[in-house]
Design a protein around this ligand. Structure first.
Ligand code: PLP
Length: 384
């Protein structure tokens, strides 16, 4: 690839963000009531595990995701872990997910002493492939009264986690239909997809339970934080109980009825997040403009921007990406841009290439391997 093509991209990105400083991949923006709510939270002294901002955030979140219940938790990984547990994942079970994901997805499975099964993704969504899912189940699974079992390993297949890469939606209707016919609960990893919709259904509303993240690099941040959403009220109640040390409500007594977790989101983080939510639409609009700006730029360069999949009826524009010709072009692009202070990043290494997941089951991974070698993220922070 000619050096000047990359240099042009660097110059263009610098003009978009009008800065000579380092351009991060995705940085948070605090434009509204953040300081006001934080000050209010400090003045109230309720900065820790209970408080009005936590309650307020949970209502905002269930409203936005059109679910019966949202539970604030300490991060997205713990949201996944608890969602899997409540979906029924037990010791030595298997959980299906994609190999092209962030490491938190298989880690959450592993925390429950279950085994990840890594399947391929679709090229257009970069999320779990329904074809790979049904191929795997048809070959390996057997349906019993209490669910699906892997005929080879004799283990129960107790959940499936589709992950919405960069905010693009997986083919949810097919995944839910296939999993339904095998009695496998679906847990959405919607960590990257806050504000995205699949055929007008919000991310996090289609799984039995879903997990969101509000880490610093996500579209909205609470510093660190996460949420579980569900349309089953009883599961919502259990999620709240389990993530708050399983304490029975009582004015003064310490009664806990199981081994719970301290996975609560502190009120001070929720205060920051409540302010962030007031600007979600503004962020998405600004990022949409950024995407269209990049898109028209790349039309005249011969670098290819990754298009929005048609099934994603609303995209949150979280991370914008390019798909390069091959691994060599990718290396050159990453090196030149990062050397010039324009942050770009490769898509994740496939999970079975990490030492702790080397021995896990995986299918052919044709699409995941293709994408792994070619996809890079480019600066995607909102420009306001
Ligand atoms: C960010 C992220 C998580 C985990 O979120 P944390 O809040 O960092 O624990 C999980 N899955 C995916 C796909 C993510 O991008």
């Amino acid at each position: 690839m000619e050096k000047c093509k990359i240099q042009n991209f660097i110059d263009f990105t610098r003009s978009v963000y009008s800065t000579k400083e380092i351009i991060p991949l995705h940085e948070p923006r605090f434009l509204g009531n953040e300081k006001k709510y934080l000050t209010d939270c400090i003045d109230s002294t309720f900065v820790s595990s209970i408080g009005e901002y936590v309650n307020k955030f949970e209502l905002i979140m269930s409203d936005l995701s059109k679910t019966k219940r949202a539970i604030a938790v300490v991060n997205g990984t713990s949201a996944l872990q608890v969602s899997l547990k409540l979906a029924g994942v037990k010791n030595n079970d298997e959980v299906i997910t994609q190999a092209l994901t962030f490491v938190a997805t298989p880690n959450a499975i592993t925390y429950l002493n279950a085994h990840p099964i890594f399947l391929d993704v679709d090229l257009h969504t970069m999320g779990l492939s329904p074809q790979a899912l049904s191929d795997f189940l048809n070959e390996y699974a057997e349906l019993r009264d209490d669910g699906a079992y892997n005929k080879k390993t004799k283990r129960k297949i107790s959940a499936c986690i589709p992950m919405h890469t960069f905010g693009f939606m997986c083919e949810m209707h097919k995944i839910i239909q296939i999993c339904g016919s095998w009695k496998i609960p679906v847990v959405e990893d919607a960590a990257e997809a806050l504000g995205s919709e699949f055929k007008s259904q919000p991310s996090g509303s289609m799984g039995l339970l879903s997990a969101f993240s509000f880490n610093g690099n996500k579209i909205l941040t609470s510093g660190g934080g996460g949420a579980i959403t569900t349309n089953v009220s009883s599961l919502g109640q259990k999620a709240k109980h389990l993530t708050t040390t399983a304490k029975i409500n009582h004015k003064w007594e310490y009664k806990h009825d199981q081994v719970g977790y301290n996975f609560r989101m502190p009120n001070i983080n929720a205060a920051l997040l409540c302010a962030q939510f007031e600007n979600l639409d503004k962020f998405i609009k600004s990022k949409e403009k950024l995407y269209n700006n990049y898109k028209s730029y790349f039309k005249s360069s011969d670098l290819n921007i990754v298009e929005i999949p048609k099934n994603t009826t609303k995209w949150n524009y979280w991370l914008i990406s390019l798909i390069l010709e091959n691994k060599e072009q990718r290396e050159e692009f990453l090196k030149t841009t990062n050397d010039s202070g324009v942050m770009t990043r490769p898509i994740w290494k496939l999970m079975y290439k990490l030492p702790m997941y080397e021995k896990c089951f995986r299918d052919k991974q044709e699409n995941a391997e293709y994408l792994e070698q070619r996809v890079v993220n480019i600066p995607s922070s909102s420009t306001i």
